[in-house]
Every structure is written in C-alpha cells, then in structure tokens.
Ligand binder design. Structure first.
Ligand SMILES: NC(=O)c1ccc[n+]([C@@H]2O[C@H](COP(=O)([O-])OP(=O)(O)OC[C@H]3O[C@@H](n4cnc5c(N)ncnc54)[C@H](OP(=O)(O)O)[C@@H]3O)[C@@H](O)[C@H]2O)c1
Length: 272
C-alpha cells in the first residue's frame, strides 16, 4: 500500500472553505522574462490552472505587479491569488494590515484570496503573528489566511491561535526527492489544511531523473509530470511549480487528469 490513500481529485479543497484549487498552480519566484511569463500564465488559465502564488519579496514587488497584469487579462473571478508577506510584518497589527494593502495595490485587486506569513518570525510568538495575520482578514483585505514554512508544532500552534479565521494552508517545500513535508500530511488531514508544495520540480532537476521518465512512458507522460502527479496524489496537497514558457506550462497542466497506479507510487516511495 502507498504511504497515503491516493487522492484522485484535480480540484482540491482549500482548507474547509468550500473553495477548490486546481491540483497544479503556478509560482512566480525568479521570473526572468515577465513578457514570456505573461503569455504562459494567461495560457495556463485556459488549461484549467486556477491559482497563482506570489510574494511581496519576489522581484521586490514586481512579481505581484506581474500577477496584476495577468489577472486583468484572465478576469479576477477566474483566478485565486496567494501572496506572502515578510515575517517581520506580523510583529505589529498595523504593519501587517499596511503591507497587505500594499500587496493588494500592486496586484491591482480589491481583495487578496489568501495571505501567508512567508516563514515563522523568531521575534514574535506564533500567537501574536497569527493575531496580526487575522487582522488582514478582519479588514477585508484577504479572504483567507495561512502560513508557510511552518513545522508540525508551529502549524498546530498557529491553528490553535486563531479566533475567527482558520489557517487554511501551509506552503512548504515538497518534491518527489525531498519528502520531509510528508510529516505534515496527517496534521493537514486532521485539521483540514491544504499543503501547497513549493519547489516541486527541485528547480527543474526532476526533469532529469531517468526512473521517472521510464515510469512515465507507460502513461505517455514525462518525468516532470510523474513527479508532480506523485505529489498531487497525496491527500490535501496541491503543487505550485514555476514556469515561464507555454511549453513548460502545457507539461505542468498535463500532470493533472490521470493518476499513477498504487504500485508505481509504492515503487517510487521505495526507490527514491
Ligand atoms: N514559501 C516559500 O518559502 C517558497 C520558496 C520557494 C518557492 N516558492 C514558490 O514555489 C514556486 C515554485 O518553486 P521554484 O520556483 O523554487 O521551483 P520549481 O517549481 O521546483 O522549478 C522551477 C524550474 O523548473 C523549470 N520547469 C518548469 N516546467 C518545466 C518542465 N515542464 N520541464 C522542465 N523544467 C521545467 C522552470 O523553468 P522555466 O522557468 O524556464 O519555465 C524553472 O527553472 C516559486 O515560484 C514560488 O512561487 C515558495
């Protein structure tokens, strides 16, 4: 048996919100050509990808402005936007609210869908950080709140620190060759939290894993598609690879619409 029951949904629940995210979203870190990426991201929406991930840190605000341009082209209602704010913002309620407003302005939207603490701050308690994160939702700047790079105990503390708004997501590094984040899956299932898998391609490295290419052949898929399919087969997990060409985006979308067999998942678990 695989380590977790296979999740066959390509539209996965976001926390307990009733919102559904495509199993594959798109990230925006270290975009080289915003011009090329613009066409790739607009194309992605036509392939059923319905969420983008960004952060105030990426390109010092330029990535959020880029998402703003894409949103104008695809229509606000067709896309779910996650952004992340620097941890130090969450030491103070007004600072958190102000930073979220600035992100919304750069994104050109009236509201952000999901705002995350980019990583836990070591100068404020988790309870304090979550309180200030909640302020962003209370002010109506974001619909949902979550965290990123939170370990098990930090995630549970964050979940128990909320008053009115649930922690709906934890964005963590998770790839087929770095599966440490799997220890968060039982907590995610228990509390109904979505795990957003970042760097799911190990920055492109998984494309060169021969074993994955070999397995993929049986399904008419390539190594990248196998690597992503493995992740989205896990309960509560969506993946947010980054790509800036239409060709890459097409391949990423092709990670959805099928599933590896239980035997292949078990085989990968034992070999990689
Ligand atoms: N919360 C956090 O702390 C955190 C940290 C890191 C990342 N993230 C988020 O997660 C996103 C993804 O992670 P990442 O950017 O580190 O890396 P990644 O998604 O693991 O890898 C991106 C690399 O893979 C390449 N690629 C994309 N599609 C491909 C395909 N079909 N075949 C071969 N190569 C392909 C891309 O090339 P091209 O660019 O040339 O298309 C790019 O070089 C980020 O953009 C960001 O939004 C969050």
């Amino acid at each position: 048996m695989p380590k977790f029951p296979i999740d066959r949904e390509d539209r996965k629940p976001l926390g307990k919100t009733g919102e559904r995210l495509s199993a594959i979203g798109l990230g925006t870190w270290a975009i080289r050509s915003y011009e090329a990426a613009y066409h790739a991201f607009v194309y992605a929406v036509s392939l059923g990808i319905n969420h983008f991930d960004t952060a105030e840190m990426y390109g010092a605000g330029e990535a959020e402005e880029f998402i703003g341009r894409v949103v104008k082209a695809v229509g606000r209602d067709n896309i779910f936007i996650t952004t992340k704010l620097y941890p130090y913002r969450f030491r103070d309620r007004h600072e958190a609210v102000k930073a979220a407003r600035e992100s919304a302005r750069r994104l050109g939207v009236n509201y952000i869908d999901l705002v995350l603490i980019h990583w836990p701050d070591n100068q404020a308690s988790i309870e304090e950080q979550v309180r200030n994160l909640e302020a962003i939702a209370e002010e109506g700047i974001a619909r949902y709140i979550g965290v990123s790079n939170f370990e098990e105990s930090e995630l549970e503390e964050a979940i128990y620190s909320t008053r009115k708004h649930d922690i709906v997501a934890n964005q963590v590094k998770y790839s087929i060759v770095d599966r440490r984040a799997e220890r968060l899956i039982p907590i995610a299932i228990k509390h109904g939290v979505t795990l957003q898998a970042y760097s799911p391609l190990e920055r492109g490295q998984v494309a060169h894993i021969k074993l994955l290419a070999k397995i993929g052949k049986r399904y008419g898929r390539n190594a990248v598609q196998v690597a992503l399919n493995f992740l989205i087969s896990r309960p509560r997990v969506v993946a947010i690879p980054k790509a800036e060409s239409k060709d890459h985006v097409k391949e990423l979308a092709g990670a959805m619409g099928w599933r590896l067999s239980e035997e292949d998942i078990e085989f990968i678990e034992s070999k990689l």
